[in-house]
Write a protein that binds this ligand. Structure first.
Ligand code: DX5
Ligand code: ZN
Length: 217
């Protein structure tokens, strides 16, 4: 599959989100990090902001829910117009039901795994999801250093996804920049979240082009 870049608005200016969305016309997705002070020690934004962003941009929203009760809230993000809704394995209590609800509302369903969470126990869930997100930092904050220790898991996840027909996208999130993206792509990732590497750059459009080229090599 072609490389996809999903800039994380966590690194954008929250007071100017519509402008920040418009600043990345070459993005495939806008990555929206929802944090609740419970699943992670940080608080960001929720449904009202997603609803407002949906009206402000045509770029599909890739909502990453780092929240304690994703089964309760995930369907509402799909209803709010998210193109993709990803929930964490460490937080979900009824993930299969939640994936089915997300999909029935017309959004893609994603499963996220923290750096220390193994992928193998979730192999059978690949049938229920459209994307597997492997965290390459501990979730909660942008601007952290990429964890190379996750790369073998990316490789194993690619093998599992390929065995299942290759339909499921493999996303990496955290510390992805022009230096680390090549290693992620080589390991088998095809969707790349980048916060600081895009919104921290003086030219976000050029930064996305550079990431895409580095992942394609
Ligand atoms: C971290 C978030 C990431 C974050 C990535 O918990 O899930 O999406 O925005 O930011 P960078 O690219 O700066 O590591
Ligand atoms: Zn994220």
């Amino acid at each position: 599959m072609a490389v996809q870049i999903s800039p994380s608005i966590l690194a954008a200016d929250f007071a100017r989100l519509a402008d920040e969305a418009a600043a990345v016309p070459n993005a495939d997705w806008l990555h929206v990090d929802v944090m609740d002070y419970h699943f992670v020690p940080n608080l960001t934004l929720g449904l009202p902001v997603v609803e407002a962003l949906r009206k402000a941009t045509d770029t599909p929203l890739d909502c990453h829910l780092m929240i304690a009760d994703p089964d309760r809230w995930a369907p509402q993000y799909a209803e709010a117009g998210a193109g993709s809704v990803t929930i964490h394995a460490e937080a979900a209590k009824a993930p299969i039901r939640t994936f089915r609800e997300i999909r029935s509302l017309g959004a893609r369903a994603g499963l996220a795994l923290n750096p220390a969470t193994p992928v193998e126990p979730y192999e059978d869930l690949l049938a229920e999801i459209d994307m597997l997100l492997l965290m390459t930092v501990e979730p909660g904050f942008g601007g952290q250093k990429f964890l190379d220790v996750v790369l073998p898991k990316v490789r194993r996840a690619r093998e599992l996804v390929t065995r299942y027909g290759g339909r499921v996208w493999l996303q990496v999130d955290g510390g992805v920049d022009a230096d680390t993206i090549g290693r992620c792509a080589e390991a088998g990732a095809d969707v790349f979240v980048a916060g600081s590497a895009v919104y921290g750059a003086s030219d976000p459009v050029a930064a996305i082009d550079e990431l895409r080229a580095a992942a394609d090599r």
